[in-house]
Design a protein around this ligand. Structure first.
Ligand SMILES: [Fe+2]
Length: 164
């Protein structure tokens, strides 16, 4: 015999207000990480000059990380029952990332551009960390994981141009 039960999207007792708060602060993270994955690939294709090989490969690692973290943030919202918007038109309209220069670039300019792209993602991710502290700790944990990862990737780029 089967029992008719209503199955909610998440098993934790989260209120509609909590879910709305999570979506409010993780949706911009999804947008910026999706933008980061696209722009890091653009940089990957166009880097030239000193240390071409390692920087070319490091940019592909950043693409992979950005895709994975966008998925992590998006699926946290989905797990709580709300949709996300990762459409290319939405991402293009909402991203705060600086526009990249067109065409080939020398590696030092590429590194500076990559750091600026990472910083745009870090800005909204840190905001999510701070704001989600009072809303939902599991969602804050998602933001914390992403922030730690972005900080580490930023260091890997910055170390190429650091003077001390
Ligand atoms: Fe490639």
């Amino acid at each position: 015999m089967t029992t008719n039960t209503t199955v909610a999207p998440a098993q934790t007792a989260v209120t509609a207000e909590t879910v709305a708060g999570v979506a409010q602060f993780l949706q911009p993270v999804v947008v910026e990480l999706t933008a980061l994955s696209v722009n890091a690939k653009q940089l990957h294709w166009h880097v030239r000059g000193a240390n071409f090989g390692p920087i070319h490969e490091l940019l592909d690692t950043l693409v992979d990380h950005a895709r994975d973290w966008a998925d992590l943030a998006a699926e946290r919202i989905i797990a709580l029952g709300l949709p996300v918007d990762g459409r290319v038109q939405t991402v293009a309209a909402r991203t705060q990332a600086p526009e990249l220069a067109d065409g080939f670039q020398q590696s030092e300019d590429t590194i500076k551009a990559a750091i600026a792209q990472i910083d745009a993602a870090l800005k909204v991710t840190h905001e999510a960390v701070v704001e989600l502290d009072g809303i939902d700790l599991s969602s804050q944990d998602v933001a914390l994981e992403i922030e730690r990862g972005l900080d580490k990737d930023r260091w890997f780029f910055f170390a190429h141009i650091a003077e001390a």
